[in-house]
Structure formats: C-alpha cells, structure tokens
Design a binder for this molecule. Structure first.
Ligand SMILES: Cc1cc2nc3c(=O)[nH]c(=O)nc-3n(C[C@H](O)[C@H](O)[C@H](O)COP(=O)(O)O)c2cc1C
Length: 388
C-alpha cells in the first residue's frame, strides 16, 4: 500500500531529513548497516507502512502488564536477560482507527517475536520495555510522536523502569525496531535506568529498508561500558515472522543455546539404550546393548539368569528364558553376527555369530558391543546379567 503523508507531516519529515543530513553524514554510518539516510527515511515512511504484517489486527494496550516474564527463575542459565522494545506492546487501539484502511500496529510485533524465540533458545528472562504513555496504533500518528520525541531527545517514562535483580544477568539480549534511523527513545530511558556496564550485550533489530542505521552507534554511546558484540542479528520487517530458524542459528553461533530439556520418555529411552547385559560362559563373555523394545524389557526383568546355551544351525546359540517375551512393538531382527534376537514361535533368545535371514517372527533385542567373536565358542551353562 502506498503511504500518503499529510502535507504537514511531509514537511516535518523533510526538515528532519535535512537536519540529519547535516548533523549525521552518511559516511559516519557503516554502509552495511545503513544504505543511506534518504533510504532510511523512505523506509520509515513507505516500507514500514507498506508491510502487510503491519496491517494485521492491532493489539489492545499491554502497557500495564508485568514486563518481566520467562520460563525459568531469574538469573538461571548464567543469567540471560532478553530486554526489548516493540511497538505492539507499546500501543493502544484508539477509537476510530480502522486497521483495514489505515496502516496500524500489528500483533505480535516483529521484535517481540524475535525476543520470544531468543527466550526459547536461551531459557532467559523476557523484559518488555513499555512506556507509561502508549504510542498511537495508527502509523502516521506514531511516526509523528516518535519524531517529536527524537527531536526533543526525550526519555519517555517506563512502566517498569528497572529490571529486578539486574546484577544476576551477565548476558543481555537487547532488541529494538529502527525508529527514525535510530532507536525508540524509550530504549535510551531503559539504558539510563539499567546499567549494562561489564555485561555481554547482543543486539537484535528489525527494520524497514533503512537497516540498522545509526542504532548501534546510539546504543554504544548510551552504554559505553557494556561489551556490545558486533555479532548482531537484524532482519527486514517482512522477514521477521519467518526468522525463527535464523534466530536459532544465531543463538547457537553465540554459544548461548540452552541444552534441550530431555522429556521423561526420552530419559527412559536413553536409559534403555544404554542398558547392557553380559552373557558369560566360563572365560568367554559377550556384552549386548539392548534396545528399548518390550521384548528386551521382558528379558531384563528376568535377569540375572543361569541357563543352558544350545547350538542351533551353523550360526546361532540359543537359550530359553523362563518366561516368554512380549514381542509386540519390537523391531524385526536384521543384520548379522552380534545380533541378539528373540524367536517368538519357540520362545528362545538367539545369539547370532554369523549372518542370518530376517523373518517375521524373529525380533531384535540388541546388538553386541564387545566380545561378539566369543559367541561361537560358548557351550554349557551361561549367566546372563545386567551390566551395572
Ligand atoms: C515510529 C516508527 C519509525 C520507524 N522508522 C524507521 C526507519 O527510520 N527506518 C526503517 O528502516 N524502519 C523504520 N520503521 C519500521 C520498523 O523498524 C519496522 O517495521 C520494525 O520491524 C518494527 O518492529 P516492531 O513490530 O517490533 O515494532 C519505523 C517504524 C515506526 C513505527
């Protein structure tokens, strides 16, 4: 959608643009971060508004809600804080604003989404920077107020100025949208209220075609003693909703991904996978790693066993556990020497020491992890027991 400015706003933007050109030569901004001041301006005016994501249903004002939320206790995981500003959490839907005809705030916000994914990856604490006086949800009106605040070098008041237990965080992810070639002024309020000196700070930013513009310089000036990494995540506004994979890769690259939580069934599976049984015959021994099948569990539940091992054919030794095994949901055996199997029709456990043909009644219990070469020599009494 082509954005039309009111003549008054256009005049104001032109004046600001001229002032920026004079005060902030484009050479002071790395070209990779800011193509040019004029493209940043057109981004703020056109690209930001033209984004279809900006035209979605606006959100109700969340400004009064608690800023700090996360899945873990404060300061866990080496103390990771994810502080961010997003328009969607700093706006109210005003009477008479029609999101279908007037570009408006979208919910969730782009930076808000990025922050959520960082939280998922790091397990850190989310802190939504929220102003006490929410911005208009209408694009033009928000642009105008943001520009006024920028011109006044304002420090908008925050609902929750300070992060509780800031000392417990060594690592801070700081997220923001590009607002007027820089940052929302509320971000500067946040940086003045919360001393990030000595902390490792990782910036993430969503923006229009203006890129990150002067934002990194502004933040560096506001937090000169913070260790601001130059490994910054930024994404174009329309790409933000599909950036979860990129966020995951970025956090992993930073070495800040939390270990994946193991579910109880996975734990059980791992335990089963690592369960080993030893079959001993005199000086000969073979150790098997059992799978997690019901049949393998059935065998385990009968251990320790002392039984007779018998020859069968030219490739297997067999023994009979006292109780039959439940072969349902148990994989069919395939492979060769070293396979531990269960032949359901006869109820015998088979120790293969040579290749064999798979069949629909032969189920796999596990594989030899050592001593497979001893199987063929076993005869007489064997003991079968769990390896501790
Ligand atoms: C008040 C305002 C000013 C903006 N100024 C710029 C700008 O100068 N350059 C730019 O590339 N994008 C600008 N944008 C676009 C936002 O940076 C972009 O849409 C971002 O993805 C919004 O993130 P959010 O949804 O979390 O607020 C501006 C947006 C707003 C609301």
């Amino acid at each position: 959608m082509k954005k039309l400015l009111t003549p008054l706003l256009a005049l104001a933007l032109a004046i600001v643009f001229a002032a920026c050109q004079a005060a902030e030569p484009s050479s002071s901004v790395p070209s990779s971060l800011a193509p040019s001041e004029s493209s940043q301006l057109s981004s703020a005016v056109e690209e930001g508004a033209a984004s279809s994501s900006q035209l979605a249903e606006p959100s109700e004002a969340p400004a009064g809600s608690s800023a700090l939320e996360g899945s873990s206790e404060t300061g866990e995981n080496g103390g990771v804080l994810i502080a961010y500003f997003s328009w969607a959490e700093n706006a109210v839907l005003e009477e008479g604003v029609d999101a279908m005809t007037s570009p408006s705030v979208s919910d969730p916000g782009n930076v808000q989404q990025l922050a959520g994914w960082i939280q998922e990856e790091t397990g850190g604490e989310l802190f939504s920077i929220q102003v006490t006086d929410p911005y208009p949800s209408d694009w033009d009106a928000c642009l105008e107020r943001a520009n006024e605040e920028r011109g006044q070098n304002a420090r908008p008041a925050l609902v929750e100025p300070q992060v509780e237990n800031l000392d417990s965080y060594d690592t801070v992810f700081l997220g923001y949208p590009n607002w007027w070639y820089g940052v929302p002024m509320a971000l500067l309020t946040f940086l003045e209220e919360n001393d990030l000196s000595g902390k490792d700070v990782y910036l993430f930013c969503s923006h229009g075609t203006g890129g990150m513009a002067r934002s990194v310089e502004i933040i560096t000036e506001a937090a000169p003693e913070a260790n601001i990494s130059d490994n910054i995540f930024d994404c174009y506004e329309e790409d933000a909703p599909a950036s979860q994979g990129d966020i995951q890769a970025w956090v992993a690259e930073l070495g800040l991904s939390q270990p994946q939580e193991t579910t109880s069934s996975e734990t059980e599976e791992n335990d089963m996978e690592s369960t080993q049984v030893a079959v001993t015959c005199g000086d000969l021994q073979v150790v098997y790693a059992l799978n997690d099948s019901p049949a393998a569990q059935g065998l385990l539940s009968q251990l320790p066993l002392t039984v007779e091992v018998e020859d069968f054919s030219t490739n297997e030794k067999v023994f009979y556990p006292p109780q039959e095994l439940d072969a349902s949901d148990t994989p069919l055996a395939e492979g060769g020497a070293g396979t531990l199997a269960y032949y359901a029709p006869w109820g015998d456990v088979v120790l293969f020491y040579d290749s064999f043909s798979a069949n629909s009644s032969l189920f796999e219990l596990g594989e030899a992890v050592s001593g497979a070469e001893n199987i063929g020599q076993m005869s007489g009494t064997i003991t079968v027991e769990t390896v501790e």
